[in-house]
Design a protein around this ligand. Structure first.
Ligand code: GDD
Ligand code: MG
Length: 355
């Protein structure tokens, strides 16, 4: 029987504030399109056409953009959690929409190059109840640590362990047998990572690991969000949905870049956004209608919708909300965040904190 896809998109995107005040994390423009567009295109290309979104925070935004999915070559359905049910609760909550025996489940904020057909093939050939896509990272503490034995079977699931026993982590994509989904309790919040996976292991369920070393990044933090967008633009992260040729920058319709400006490192310049004379924009995301004035320097930063960066301002690793105004010569460094509509007056002031 067929395979359904479920994408969990109910999180509040707290770590990406203030960007996620105006849009849920999976809908933030990433290499020119809402992030989910890349994931949906990869799911479609793997031959899976029925996609159910498990939504909660800003639930309406998804359906108004993707509709019934036909413009994207898929069939989309939406299920809303009035109160967030957690990752496991979100999966259980879409059970009545599922049609097949096998379900591909995605965290909605992971950019990856894994071959989804190969992941499904691992599930088939091992006869596992659940198969987890696993990858290796330098610092596993922010993720689910998932060790496997010599035959590839998962031996433990340790979510956000401060002292991980392995550098192998849950990459945030699962294959479930339909029957396992029905065993998750309904009507209450459940964490698939903290409750369902450890419980399944205790009960003797067979959970297989599918280890893959191609591109992987969770876009939940600002530094990863900008880096992921830049990797898509430069073709380091694969996507069938990139709205332009792979290159050192992506300019959306109506973007204007002065010939003396340098825009590079996978920067996206949004629709009707502009970059002035002599400005440098590197590895950044300029949302639609953003303005970077002459001589400004913007590195690894996100500039919100309609926001202005004044002449000679320097932004590094900064996140600036929508419609803000950064004065001339202001320096915003090291993870500074500016809330929407804030006006930062002219001056060579250094900020690395919230404004
Ligand atoms: N429907 C629904 N309801 N979705 C939710 C809820 C909820 O209550 N809570 C979170 N989600 C969605 C988020 O929108 C996101 O797409 C996904 O579930 C994962 O949540 P994150 O908040 O991004 O989790 P994380 O990044 O800290 O950790 C998870 O992902 C890592 C890999 O990227 C865990 O699954 C880790 O084990 C994993 O290593
Ligand atoms: Mg995440």
């Amino acid at each position: 029987m067929g395979t359904d896809a479920v994408i969990l998109v109910g999180g509040m995107g707290t770590r990406l504030r203030p960007l996620t005040l105006s849009a849920p994390k999976p809908m933030l423009p990433t290499a020119g399109v809402p992030f989910l567009t890349h994931l949906i295109a990869r799911i479609r290309d793997a031959g899976v056409r029925h996609i159910v979104l498990g939504t909660s925070y800003q639930a309406d935004v998804f359906a108004s953009y993707f509709g019934d999915g036909s413009d994207f070559g898929v069939e989309m359905e939406y299920v809303v959690e009035a109160e967030p049910l957690g990752t496991g609760g979100g999966i259980r909550n879409v059970a009545d929409r599922l049609r097949g025996d096998t379900v591909l489940i995605f965290n909605g904020d992971v950019l990856s190059g894994v071959d989804l057909r190969a992941l499904l093939a691992t599930h088939d050939s091992t006869g596992a109840d659940v198969t987890l896509y696993l990858t290796k990272v330098a610092d596993p503490r922010a993720f689910g640590c998932v060790p496997t034995d010599a035959d590839g079977w998962v031996t433990a699931f340790l979510e956000k362990d401060p002292h991980p026993i392995s550098d192998q982590i849950n990459a945030g994509t699962y294959v479930f047998d339909r029957a396992v989904i029905d065993s998750i309790p309904s009507g209450r919040a459940v964490s698939v990572e903290r409750e369902t996976f450890p419980g399944l292991l205790r009960a003797g369920a067979r959970i297989a690991g599918h280890v893959d070393a191609t591109y992987w990044r969770d876009l939940g933090r600002p530094s990863d969000f900008v880096a992921g967008s830049a990797d898509l633009v430069q073709g380091f992260a694969p996507s069938p949905a990139l709205p332009g040729p792979v290159g050192s920058a992506l300019l959306l319709p109506g973007a204007e870049v002065d010939p003396s400006a340098v825009v590079s490192g996978g920067t996206t310049v949004g629709a009707r956004a502009s970059v002035g004379a002599g400005a440098v924009v590197e590895g950044s995301v300029l949302f639609d209608g953003a303005t970077v004035r002459a001589g400004a320097v913007v590195r690894r930063s996100v500039i919100g919708f309609g926001t202005v960066v004044g002449e000679g301002a320097v932004l590094e690793d900064a996140v600036v909300g929508d419609r803000a105004h950064i004065g001339r010569g202001v320096e915003l460094l090291a993870g500074a965040r500016v809330w929407p509509d804030v006006v930062v007056p002219d001056g060579a002031i250094r900020f690395s904190s919230d404004l």
